[in-house]
Design a protein around this ligand. Structure first.
Ligand SMILES: C[S@@+](CC[C@H](N)C(=O)[O-])C[C@H]1O[C@@H](n2cnc3c(N)ncnc32)[C@H](O)[C@@H]1O
Length: 367
């Protein structure tokens, strides 16, 4: 590792970042929380993170790099603590920090290479459970849709109508049959349009500034490495979804959500209603670019009816035209923004789990 990278290492900031991450991960990722506390106590353990660009130096990147090496087959005792690895023993938590410390010391160069090269990449299939109902409701009103997933990663949510959906509601379970190996479940509170038939998606395209391709083994390995090993269900589902997608890969290409927006909407055939989806993407745009994104949607809307289904945090996307009462909320909101007859029309919002495990429409707002 080059010296100038070591200069960038900030022990106090590293310790604080790992302490904060330990608190976040405590409920769903106890292994990462446990290891993070070890780094918080001894931040030098994570000094190799200085090899990453400054905006990427965060605990999850280090953990993803470690997970990537283990998934690649590195036979180190640390692997025994990972639920995602085959044949792991039951070593007990007390050896985890020792194994982790040894792994960081002995794999330092390989890890530094990965963190210098890769940034965190997620493609969460579970989000299809909450994205599909508003897409289906829009198709019910507007006819067949052309689906554009902006910030699509590997395009797995473009295949939302391929997965097996199970929505639990107070009135019972609603099932949309699909690929048996990819079960997407969601607890729904409040009224929602839950279709028993796949919506008529007649055309689809995904763009991403850094797309992952389901037929590229390195891309797939990195997507899997970014899933937290305690979340075995997500990991297995992602692997199954990639397998399905590989048979007939979703159309995904490099593109920018803002720069290429008008062009890609224009590609949607004239007889289809364009529905763009974004899920945990617009928070990556500076606020000025979020504003430009909305201006461009308005520009498109002057020429053509279209719809945006966004699963985003209002707190992190102040540039979106959130209704009063929703603007600024630090939760995940599922919103349907509509452009009809030359301008912005009704907007509907509900709250959701960031990965789609639940949807709550009871405090739904319409403007
Ligand atoms: C957290 S991931 C979410 C991926 C996917 N939407 C999902 O829900 O699984 C964010 C994605 O947004 C992409 N992204 C961020 N800024 C972008 C931009 N300006 N244009 C295109 N893609 C962008 C990233 O490359 C990444 O794949």
């Amino acid at each position: 590792m080059a010296d100038h990278h070591d200069d960038a290492f900030d022990p106090a900031a590293t310790s604080a970042a790992f302490r904060g991450f330990a608190a976040t991960a405590r409920q769903t990722a106890p292994l990462y929380a446990h290891l993070s506390l070890a780094v918080a106590r001894d931040p030098k353990l994570a000094a190799l993170l200085a090899a990453a660009p400054s905006t990427q130096r965060n605990p999850v990147l280090l953990f993803a790099a470690i997970h990537a090496l283990l998934l690649r087959g590195d036979d180190h005792p640390l692997g025994r603590h990972y639920a995602t690895l085959p044949d792991r023993g039951a070593p007990g938590r007390n050896t985890a920090v020792r194994d982790f410390t040894d792994f960081l010391a002995t794999r330092r160069d390989d890890l530094a290479e990965i963190v210098a090269d890769r940034s965190m990449q997620t493609n969460e299939v579970g989000r299809s459970a909450v994205l599909l109902p508003p897409v289906a409701a829009t198709a019910e009103r507007e006819g067949p849709v052309g689906l554009l997933d902006l910030g699509t990663s590997a395009g797995l949510n473009l295949l939302m109508d391929r997965w097996s959906h199970h929505w639990s509601t107070r009135a019972g379970e609603v099932v949309l049959a699909g690929e048996p190996g990819v079960q997407v479940t969601c607890d729904v509170t409040g009224p929602a349009w839950l279709p028993a038939e796949p919506p008529p998606v007649a055309w689809r395209l995904g763009i991403d500034r850094s797309p992952a391709h389901v037929d590229d083994p390195d891309d797939v390995a990195w997507l899997l490495a970014c899933v937290w090993p305690d979340e075995l269900e997500r990991f297995e589902r992602l692997r199954a979804a990639v397998e399905v997608a590989r048979e007939d890969p979703p159309p995904v290409r490099r593109g920018d959500v803002v720069t290429d927006l008008v062009e890609v909407v224009a590609e949607v055939p004239d007889d289809l209603h364009p529905v763009a989806t974004t899920s945990w993407v617009l928070n990556y745009l500076p606020v000025a670019r979020q504003d430009t994104f909305v201006d461009l949607l308005d520009q498109v809307g002057r020429e053509r009816d279209h719809t945006l289904v966004a699963l985003e945090s209002p707190h992190r996307t102040p540039g979106l035209p959130w209704p009063p009462g929703v603007a600024g909320l630090d939760v995940t909101v599922l919103a349907t923004f509509r452009w009809r007859g030359g301008g912005r029309a009704e907007t509907t919002t509900a709250t959701a789990h960031p990965h789609g495990w639940w949807l709550d429409t009871t405090r739904q707002r319409r403007i």
